[in-house]
Design a protein. Sequence first.
Length: 239
Amino acid sequence: MERADKPESLGDAVDEGDTKRESCDEDAILVPSPTCPDLYSALDQVTASNGKLKTILLSTATYTISRKMRTGKRTVAACLLLEGPQYNGLTIKGAGMDKTVLGGGSIHVMTKNTTGICFKDLAVLNPYGAGIVVEKEARNISFHNCAVLSCGGGGVWVSGRGTQATLVDCLIRMNQASGVNVFDGGVLDIYGGEKNRMIGNQEHGLYMNGASSLIRLHDGLVATDIAKDNKSKDVEELC
């Protein structure tokens, strides 16, 4: 396979100095702050800004995902839902995967007019179900230096024709189903090779099923503790 460079839009992890500088930008929201005590209030400000606010900076803390969300005919008990063009181009950045935690629920990104959302330097822990769900034609949804840990279902789900997500240097560990799941025509791009670690999950590190589903390993095989994931003919043919 030809080596592919990381997309420039994802960038590299920034240090604390960069975080302090970004927090002063007019298009950024710092959480917690007097006007944004939590992540939900920050997302409300993004919606109200009509596209002017593009960055949410999360300080070192655990942020509880607690809102019940209805997605189509489904009701998700605890969910951070990003759906619609008001979130396009948004970056949600923590202080590091060992410092900023989104806990107690899942992240859902969906619908075909939702694109260009980036999560950086944070962890997701949801003991009640999947950690991250990208579906219904959402595309260009990226996770850079993120961890998905100890979830009650699969760690990352990418589902449906027209849906596309990207992982860069991520840790997917100790989830109750497969670490990464790609279904029903979804596409997942993985950059960083063995810097991506899918370890200690109850089922597969990487799992793919359904016509036209695709996992593209741009920098070689990922690190997994289940040998058959790295030796799978399906995965090798995608490289």
